[in-house]
Design a protein. Structure first.
Length: 131
């Protein structure tokens, strides 16, 4: 995978995460009202931030980076604790049902799965690679 392919794939992940966040917000607003929709949107925003942090840490831990920085590996793990705390604060501060928040936090996961399916289909029907 070239650097350009990687950048296109990452850009697609951000767009799909935003799309799933927006669709989930509209869905929850329509079904359960603004409070649940806002909880989903905050969860999706946390998921978007998690995706950004994952990309940043992945690049920072990559082989082209010089020097070892153990705090980055700790930050890689700490992001899950941060996501749990975000969900806890959203549920307790807003009095929102936990399900919309958790589903919002899974927006980037849905984006990764969708992007993987898109790349598989592109690999099957797209231009042949010359290796």
């Amino acid at each position: 995978m070239t650097e350009d392919d990687l950048n296109v794939s990452i850009r697609r992940l951000y767009w799909l995460t935003a799309l799933f966040g927006a669709l989930g917000f509209v869905w929850y607003f329509w079904l359960q009202g603004p409070r649940s929709a806002f909880g989903f949107a905050l969860g999706a925003l946390g998921s978007f931030g998690n995706l950004w942090l994952f990309e940043w840490l992945s690049r920072a831990l990559g082989p082209e980076q010089s020097g070892r920085k153990p705090w980055r590996a700790g930050a890689f793990i700490a992001r899950y604790v941060i996501l749990f705390l975000i969900a806890y604060v959203i549920v307790n501060a807003l009095g929102v049902n936990l399900l919309p928040v958790l589903l919002g936090l899974l927006a980037s996961t849905a984006a990764v799965l969708t992007s993987s399916i898109i790349e598989i289909i592109q690999g099957l029907f797209g231009k042949p690679s010359i290796d």
